[in-house]
Design a protein around this ligand. Structure first.
Ligand code: NDP
Length: 300
């Protein structure tokens, strides 16, 4: 069997970002609308700071407005909810993202519930989760949305394929399973209590790993010719002792068996921010009751 094709998430994300910039230029010209994204960071987790900085930079590069708010690590839930209420009421802000994880004194569910579902560009609000589950249009979580686009780089139609998603979080696993179902896949969701996981994954034409365990999925867990999407981001020590990122899939082994695979880094990660930009444009258009520019038709 020949080696798997690498699905280049970085390149695809760059193409999406270019289209977002075109859409934003069109919205400005035709409707005087500049989409705005507010990102709220609580505390000083270094990884979260990097994510927030990148999101802000990409938003501005796409021609949109970026609003950044930083609250101290000991901020109260009330303070954060007050900030969200102000953003909900601000007509220049079309998308609101609260960077997770939050410090312990703040209930994540209370925060997600407080965001106006029309501005919920992460797609985590129960209203948007319900829309996804019932097949209605809404804001779809960014990482799963990016995964579908990556799969479509190598499979035009997913109809009838066996899809196995490892992981059942509200952020990745569950929404992704619904998106695959909407594509007419036969979907299995596996998790930490799944018995004989390798036997389950070997049935998959499309295998998605969203677990958070370095290189858990081995080459012999994969059906020959499968498409493998690796969502995991794990920081481990490399052979020389320096830190490196690896996914949930043992890449070198999987590469020999799969027909296509996403690398880590450079696969799913870049797509997440690209989809956030798309969601912000989509939210802005819906709030201003203008159509989403055609250039983004494949993404909304
Ligand atoms: P969660 O920790 O919320 O969920 C992990 C899931 O994996 C759970 O459903 C859990 O099962 C399951 N799991 C854990 N151990 C096993 C096991 N041994 N066998 C089978 N299933 C197992 O993580 P997230 O969904 O938030 O994230 C998953 C990974 O994706 C992480 O590495 C994260 O960093 C990465 N990620 C990457 C993003 C990107 O942009 N590329 C965005 C978001 C996440 P159970 O429910 O039974 O506990």
């Amino acid at each position: 069997m020949s080696e798997a094709r690498i699905i280049d998430g970085k390149a695809l994300a760059a193409r999406v970002q270019e289209k977002v910039a075109k859409a934003v230029a069109e919205l400005k010209k035709r409707h005087g609308l500049t989409p705005g994204l507010a990102v709220v960071l609580v505390g000083d987790d270094p990884a979260s700071q990097v994510y927030v900085r990148n999101k802000g930079r990409r938003t501005v590069e796409a021609g949109m407005r970026s609003f950044e708010y930083k609250l101290p690590a000991d901020a109260s839930e009330r303070e954060l909810l007050d900030r969200i209420a102000k953003l909900n009421a601000n007509p220049d802000v079309h998308g609101i993202l609260v960077q997770l994880p939050l410090p312990r004194q703040i209930r994540t569910s209370a925060v997600i519930d407080a965001i106006d579902p029309e501005k919920d560009v992460d797609g985590f609000h129960v209203v948007n989760a319900g829309r996804l589950m019932t097949g209605r249009k809404g804001l779809v979580p960014c990482t799963p949305k990016g995964c579908i686009l990556l799969i479509k780089q190598v499979r035009k139609t997913l109809e009838g394929l066996q899809a196995v998603v490892i992981g059942r979080s509200n952020i990745v696993g569950k929404p992704l399973a619904h998106l695959l179902l909407a594509e007419n896949c036969t979907v299995t969701i596996a998790h930490s209590r799944t018995r004989d996981l390798p036997e389950v994954t070997r049935r998959a034409d499309i295998l998605v790993a969203a677990v958070g365990r370095p290189e858990m999925v081995r080459g012999d867990w994969i059906k020959p010719g499968a498409v493998v999407i690796d969502v995991g981001i794990n920081r481990v020590k490399g052979e020389d002792g320096s830190p490196k990122l690896v996914g949930d899939v043992a890449f070198a082994e999987a590469h020999k068996v799969a027909s296509a695979i996403t690398p880590v880094p450079g696969g799913v990660g870049p797509m997440t921010i690209a989809m956030l930009l798309v969601n912000t444009v989509q939210a802005a258009c819906r709030q201003k009751r203008v159509p989403v520019p055609k250039v983004l038709k494949d993404y909304v």
